[in-house]
Design a protein around this ligand. Structure first.
Ligand code: HEM
Length: 396
């Protein structure tokens, strides 16, 4: 179809500031009788309705993750378990799940809280900060590595590697940071194999699937995804929370008045933020989805953020309702690949947001016009300069 006949031929989630203007586009795509098709990146269909996204994510045999979930495909080894289909994917999950299950993650709360407090203390006397650089980016890195069994003293080194890697994706500096991170992980896995601890990195170092030990490449991939799965996503969810608090001061006031709303508030912020905004699947056999006839080899792009705003599923979907319940959002995915770290992510957010609410009366955007939403698979703010207005008496 020509670009003229197909108004969505140029749809590109990698276009600069795509997300800034996406609400109207997502509404339009959800209302179409059949999935929109883009001609970009080799061609793909865009899945925006909640029901279609759930159907695709649930049928992993038809909509495979094994050809990569990035679109366009990236030249790299597969991310494990995200880019593996069942039954093998479920075996990898058996290694990770016991450490990250509901209730189990509560053991990490003292570590998570210590890092949140230390970072917030570091700018307690400042009235203007880049919230991303000073809090939302370093916090999940420092909180998760100590929780997962990395030496806590390596926090700054890992933060540097990860920040360098994210900032330099695709160039030489990024490649070097990636190699350094792999070398670091290999050393750590060897140390854990020699001196096992009761932690998740040891479980990976000693792990097995399908009756054989994990290869070194599998161990590295799992360890890397464990880190990267939770760094950018939690960063973007927290910076989105701070942005929403600045734009709608009543939200933070609500948390001051009713701190027990924190659990539903976290779900609602993750729904609106949908930091894992777009992920792809590859069609393995002829199939019907959302009014489109798909062929083997077609690629589909799941838009979690659009599904999370589907008026068929959410009343007043663009309103941020901190007490929204039920909240059947798909921000953590759906089906077999549903996020293994969701309980840990929610713990981090609960702790961070409670402490922010305890300390601050309100936030103010320094300059909304200069704020840029990221593009690609994970979308949110790379910077968020904020004016901070502390509470006169921070409560406990
Ligand atoms: C707000 C924070 C987070 C969001 C929004 C998020 C979102 C997601 C989504 C949408 C998926 C499904 C991917 C797919 O269907 O292809 C996923 C999977 C995954 N997430 Fe998260 N995530 C978050 C935090 C974390 C954390 C903290 C960790 C690590 C502890 C983590 C590790 C993973 C891993 C390893 C997978 C792959 C699971 C599998 O394929 O079986 N995530 N996440």
């Amino acid at each position: 179809m020509s670009e003229q006949a197909n108004p969505y031929a140029a749809f590109d989630h990698h276009a600069p500031n795509h997300r800034k203007n996406a609400e109207a586009l997502w509404a339009e795509l959800r209302a179409l009788p059949a999935l929109a098709h883009s001609e970009r990146h080799g061609g793909f269909y865009v899945v925006t309705r909640h029901s279609d996204l759930r159907a695709a994510a649930a049928q992993h045999a038809i909509y495979s993750s094994a050809f990569g979930v990035a679109l366009p495909s990236e030249d790299r080894t597969p991310h494990i378990p995200e880019e593996v289909d069942p039954p093998l994917q479920r075996e990898y999950r058996k290694i990770l799940d016991p450490f990250l299950a509901r209730g189990v993650v509560d053991q990490f709360e003292p570590i998570v809280a210590r890092h949140a407090l230390a970072l917030l203390d570091s700018f307690a006397d400042e009235r203007e900060v880049d919230f991303v650089a000073r809090f939302s980016r370093p916090f999940p890195v420092l909180a998760s590595i100590e929780s997962f069994g990395f030496p806590p003293g390596d926090g700054e080194q890992l933060l540097g590697l990860v920040t360098g890697l994210i900032a330099n994706r695709g160039n030489e500096a990024g490649k070097r940071a990636s190699q350094d991170l792999t070398a670091y992980i290999l050393n750590l896995l060897a140390a854990k194999a020699a001196r096992p601890d009761a932690d998740i990195v040891t479980a990976i170092a000693q792990g097995s699937v399908a009756g054989r030990a994990l290869t070194q490449a599998e161990q590295v991939s799992m360890t890397r995804l464990l880190l990267f799965g939770g760094f950018t996503t939690v960063d973007l969810a927290l910076s989105c929370a701070a942005y929403l608090f600045a734009k709608q001061p009543a939200l933070l006031r609500r948390l001051h008045e009713a701190p027990d709303l924190m659990a539903t508030a976290v779900e609602e912020i993750v729904r609106i933020a949908s930091p894992a905004t777009y992920l792809a699947r590859t069609v393995t056999c002829p199939a019907q989805l959302g009014g489109a006839a798909l062929q083997q080899g077609d690629r589909i792009l799941l838009c979690f953020a659009a599904a999370n705003r589907d008026p068929e599923m959410f009343e007043h979907p663009l309103d941020v309702q901190l007490d929204r319940n039920p909240n059947p959002h798909v921000a953590f995915g759906f089906g077999t690949h549903r996020c293994v770290g969701s309980m840990f992510a929610k713990l981090e957010m609960r702790v961070a947001l409670a402490e922010l609410a305890r300390r601050y009366e309100r936030f103010e955007l320094v300059d909304e016009d200069t704020l840029a939403w990221g593009q690609g698979e994970t979308q949110g703010f790379a910077q968020l300069p904020l004016k901070l207005h502390p509470r006169r008496t921070a409560t406990r």
